[in-house]
Design a protein around this ligand. Structure first.
Ligand code: SF4
Ligand code: SF4
Length: 374
C-alpha cells in the first residue's frame, strides 16, 4: 500500500499527529472516545476530530481515580489526559454510552482543565419514534454547544460537505473490506486494521483522498488469483479491537479475518448518510440504522442476528469474540450471542484480552486448535 507509512505514523501516535496538524492548519483539535460521537458536526465546525484509544504508557495516574476493574481503554485514555499528553486538545467530547465512558467524562471534567468539555446525552433505547426525535434534538444541542465553544457558526452547507467526506471515507473502507473478503491475501489484516484506525485520526479530507487512491491501487491487484491453500474464513466480533497482533497470529495459523463487528472496524463505516433535507435528521438516521453496540438497546435479537447474517454473507466458518477485560456491556452480551451462534451451528471462540500487549503464545495455541476444529 503506497500510503501505508502515512497511516501507520498517525496510528503510532495520534496525539502527536493531531499536534502537527494543528500547527500546520490552525484547526482546533477535538478529542472523542467512542463511535457514537457525530464526527460530521465537528468537521462542519472547521475542527479536527481525533479518537483516543488507550495509552502506550504504563498506567499509574489513572489508577488514582479508577478502579483496576475498569477496562484498559478508559484507564488508558484517562492516563493520557492526566499525564498532560492530551494537553494540545482544544476540547473533549463524551457520549452517553457505557458506564465507564460516562464516569470517565466526570473524572476528566474535574481533573483535566485543558479545553472545553461536552457530553452528548444520547438515548439508551434506539428503536422508538421518540428516540429519533430526542436524538435529533440532542444533535441540535450539540451543534449549538460546539458552535458556542469554538465561537463559530456551523452552517448546513458545512454539514453537507462533512457528510459527503465521511460518506467517501465509509464507502471506500467498505469497498476495501469487500475486496479483501473476496481475496483475503490482498492485504494483511493488520494493514487493514491500521487503515481503519487512521481514518479516525487523520485529517478527513486527506484521508478521503488517500482512501480513493488506495482503493484504486488494490483494485488493480484484486484480479490476481489467490495462491496457496485457502485460509479458514473468520469473523472477529466484540467491542473495540485494540489488538493488532491478533491478525498475523490468525494468518500464521491458517486463518483470515474476512469481516468484523467492531466499533473500530465495520461498525465505524456501516451505513452511509443519504442525501435529503435536514442534515441533523440524516445523521440521526445513521446512528439509528447502524448495527447497535450493547451500550445501547435496539431489540433482543439485533446483535446476534446481525452476526449470524455476517457469517453467512461473508461465507465465514467461525467467529472469534474478542472481549476486552472488564468491558461489561460486551461481557453481558456474549452469553446470549453465543447461545444464538450455537443454535445456528456457527463455531465460536471467546478470547479475553487485557491490553494490546496481552497476545501471546497461549493465545496462539488456542487459535490454532480452534482453526483445526473448523
Ligand atoms: S463498544 Fe460501544 S460504547 Fe464502547 S467505544 Fe465502541 S461504540 Fe462506544
Ligand atoms: S464499551 Fe467496553 S471497552 Fe468500550 S469503553 Fe465501555 S467498558 Fe470499555
Amino acid at each position: 500500500m503506497k500510503h501505508f507509512h502515512e497511516f501507520q505514523q498517525a496510528v503510532n501516535d495520534p496525539l502527536d499527529y493531531a499536534r502537527n496538524l494543528k500547527n500546520d492548519s490552525g484547526k482546533e483539535i477535538v478529542g472523542y472516545v467512542c463511535s457514537y460521537v457525530p464526527e460530521e458536526i465537528i468537521l462542519a465546525a472547521g475542527a479536527h476530530p481525533v479518537r483516543l484509544f488507550d495509552t502506550r504508557s504504563q498506567i499509574g495516574l489513572a489508577d488514582l481515580h479508577l478502579q483496576s476493574y475498569c477496562c484498559s481503554l478508559v484507564r488508558g485514555i484517562l492516563e493520557e489526559g492526566l499525564s498532560g499528553r492530551a494537553d494540545g486538545l482544544d476540547g473533549m467530547i463524551f457520549p452517553h454510552t457505557c458506564d465507564s465512558i460516562q464516569r470517565l467524562s466526570d473524572i476528566w471534567r474535574m481533573n483535566i482543565p485543558a479545553g472545553f468539555h461536552l457530553d452528548v446525552i444520547l438515548p439508551v433505547k434506539l428503536d422508538t419514534d421518540s428516540a429519533r426525535d430526542y436524538l435529533t434534538d440532542v444533535l441540535r444541542k450539540f451543534r449549538e454547544d460546539l458552535s458556542g465553544s469554538l465561537e463559530r457558526e456551523i452552517t448546513d452547507a458545512a454539514l453537507e460537505k462533512a457528510i459527503a467526506t465521511m460518506n467517501v471515507i465509509r464507502q471506500s473502507i467498505r469497498s476495501i473490506y469487500e475486496m479483501r473478503s473476496q481475496n483475503p491475501r490482498l492485504m494483511p489484516g493488520q494493514d487493514l486494521y491500521t487503515l481503519v484506525r487512521a481514518s479516525m485520526i487523520m485529517d478527513r479530507d486527506r484521508m478521503a483522498e488517500l482512501l480513493l487512491e488506495t482503493l484504486a491501487e488494490l483494485q488493480t491487484k484484486s484480479d490476481q488469483a489467490p495462491s496457496g491453500k485457502p485460509p479458514k474464513r473468520l469473523v472477529l466480533a466484540g467491542g473495540i479491537c485494540n489488538q493488532p497482533d491478533i491478525y498475523p497470529m490468525i494468518e500464521e495459523s491458517g486463518g483470515a479475518i474476512v469481516w468484523d463487528d467492531f466499533c473500530t472496524g465495520a461498525r465505524y463505516f456501516s451505513q452511509m448518510i443519504p442525501e435529503g433535507a435536514d442534515p441533523l435528521s440524516r445523521i440521526t438516521g445513521r446512528f439509528l440504522n447502524r448495527i447497535v453496540c450493547p451500550a445501547k438497546h435496539m431489540d433482543l435479537d439485533s446483535r446476534a442476528s446481525h452476526l449470524i447474517g455476517l457469517v453467512k454473507e461473508q461465507n465465514a466458518q467461525g467467529v472469534i469474540f474478542l472481549l476486552l477485560k472488564f468491558c461489561d456491556p460486551h461481557a453481558f452480551d456474549y452469553p446470549y450471542i453465543r447461545q444464538s451462534l450455537d443454535k445456528a451451528g456457527i463455531p465460536v471462540m471467546l478470547m479475553e484480552i487485557n491490553d494490546p500487549a496481552s497476545a501471546g503464545g497461549q493465545m496462539k495455541t488456542r487459535v490454532e486448535a480452534f482453526l483445526e476444529m473448523l
